[in-house]
Each structure stands twice: as C-alpha cells, then as structure tokens.
Design a protein around this ligand. Sequence first.
Ligand SMILES: C[S@@+](CC[C@H](N)C(=O)[O-])C[C@H]1O[C@@H](n2cnc3c(N)ncnc32)[C@H](O)[C@@H]1O
Length: 345
Amino acid sequence: MEQEHKRRVRYQGTHPRNFQEKYKELNPEKYRSDVEKIIQSGKTPAGMHIPIMVEEILDVLQIQPGMTGYDATLGYGGHTRKMLEQLQGQGHLYSTDVDPVESEKTRARLAELGYGPEILTIRRMNFSQVDQVAPGEAFDFVLADLGVSSMQIDDPGRGFTFKRDGPLDLRLDPTTGITAAQRLRELDEEELTALLVENADEPYAERIAKGVLGTLKGGGRVETTRQLAAIVEEALSFLPQAERKEAVKKSCQRTFQALRIDVNSEFEALYAFLEKLPGVLKSGGRAAVLTFHSGEDRLVKKAFKQHLREGLYREIAGDVTRPSAQECFQNPRARSTKLRWAVRA
Ligand SMILES: C[S@@+](CC[C@H](N)C(=O)[O-])C[C@H]1O[C@@H](n2cnc3c(N)ncnc32)[C@H](O)[C@@H]1O
C-alpha cells in the first residue's frame, strides 16, 4: 500500500519575517489592549494613525447634526470618525484621499463601525479637485490634515522612512506618477539642490545633491531608502563626530520630505485647494487646516489673508494654534503641527 506522504511542518522561526507579520497592532481591533498600552507609552501602534488636535479642530468647526462636511485627508479616518460623531447620524460627510491602499482599509473599518454610504461618501481623489468632490453642494465645514499618515510612514514598502530599507518610492498614490528614485535620475545637481532648499530648507543641500549625482554618474544606484540615507551620511561626514549623528538624522528627514513634496506635487495641490476653498464653503462655513512644516503653513497663511482682504472670508485665525504639551508628549508626531482656520463671509 502506498504510504501517504506527509510534509514536515516547517519551522517558522521565532522572529516574524516581514512588516505585516511583525506587529500585532496591525490588527488593532483584535489586540485592543496592546494598542492602548502602546498609545499610553507615547508611541503610535503600527498600522494606525492617531488624529491630531481633535478638540481644537472640533472647537473651530462647530459641527451640528444635519450639516454637510468634507474631510480632505481621510487617512486612518480618525478625524472623519470624530466629525461623524458630531453629526449624530444626520447630515453627510465626504472624505477623500489619494492613497488607494489605506483608503480601502479605512472605508472597511468605518463601515464596520456603522458609517456607511448613507452618512459617509469616501472618494479616492486629490483635494486639489475640492470643487469636484460633491458637485452642486456647498460645505458647512472642511478639514485638511496635510502630509502623510503614520501607516504610510511605517510601511517600508512605501519608501517614506529612511529608518528601514525599502524602495525609494514616496508616492502617496503608488498607482500613478513616478517614484522618487526615478525623479532623482531626471534632475541635475543644480535642480536637486534647489529642490532640497525650496521644499525643506536643507542647509547641506549642495553637498547632498553632489553626493546623489556623483553616485548616479559613477554608475551607482540610488534606488532604496537606505542607499539615499547612506549618501546623506557620507555628504555630512565632514561634520565633527559629536554633532554628526543628529545632523544626519535631520538632513535625512528633510531630504525625504523634500522629495515627497516634489513627487506628489504637494505645494501645487495645496495651492489649488486653498484657491478653490472659498468657492465650496457655505456662507458662515468653517475651514481648518493642519500643516506640518513652514512651507505649507506659509501657503495657508498667505491664501487665508488674501481671501480675507478680498472679502471671501469674514474671519481668519490671527495666529497658529499649536497642540498642547500633553498631546505632544503622548504623540510626538504632533510636535510640528500648526492649525489655522477661516470662516466664509
Ligand atoms: C496626516 S494624514 C491624515 C490623517 C487623518 N486625518 C486621520 O485622522 O487619520 C494625511 C493623508 O492625506 C492624504 N493626502 C495627502 N495629500 C493629499 C491630496 N493632495 N489629496 C488627497 N489626499 C491627500 C495622504 O495620503 C494621507 O493619507
């Protein structure tokens, strides 16, 4: 009789092999108590994003049941969820994001919480097209929480972090456009220097650009996050040892930020959004924008001031609001946040 061949069960090892297996938090509903513990310790669980300045935003937006609103940057849906709670089942919220991967997960998560299409419309759209989100409708409130989510940063496959190796991609929507690695091959030294200065005020822009272009011209590769980080490190090797580590970290942060802004045309999208915003707000409608670096904040401040002068807004924030010290302690990713608001005339 032929014996049934049984495959030996393979030893999986004690360490998870990839990012998806590594963190229990990636399934936050299943491991709720682990997630709570991680948040209390001042960290963001992997696969999650903690919404920033929620109280301050709700104060500004003054959401009432029956209103129609727009969350320009759905992300993990933290702010969307808080705004939906204010609607108490009456009215409608539109939420957009360019990221197809995370948007789908968020849609499913919010649907499970009971927020389906009758109260929430999720669209995969760039907020630069804010006038196309709900044609024929105007909004009582609008929120834009700019930049990237923690899930995007934490996933090495997306290329947003230099802390782990991954493809140098940096696209918010990986289905369109070109990657940061491809973009680097298009630029000359002068252009890359200008990009690093204009998008991130990088003080060592020239040295870094020289390093990148030198590597590419010499037949080397700048295809992964760690390859780019190594070039930044090498470019700053002239610094005294004592200050080098911190300087390299900051320059890496700024270099990745500058490239991300470029490959996603972030300033152009924000400019278009701010220009169209008064046109989609009802009279008395309120808008709040969270920014994470000075370039973004400058654009918001300028647009709000100009539209106030033109009589499109009746009131704007006199100054930025910052998150509380306690929020920054609990969520270090909140530290650079600035909130500005405007009210439609
Ligand atoms: C900081 S996160 C938002 C987090 C969200 N408020 C929450 O509570 O989970 C920013 C999100 O905006 C998206 N985003 C960035 N630029 C965008 C644009 N031009 N149009 C639409 N979404 C954009 C990113 O993909 C990311 O998911």
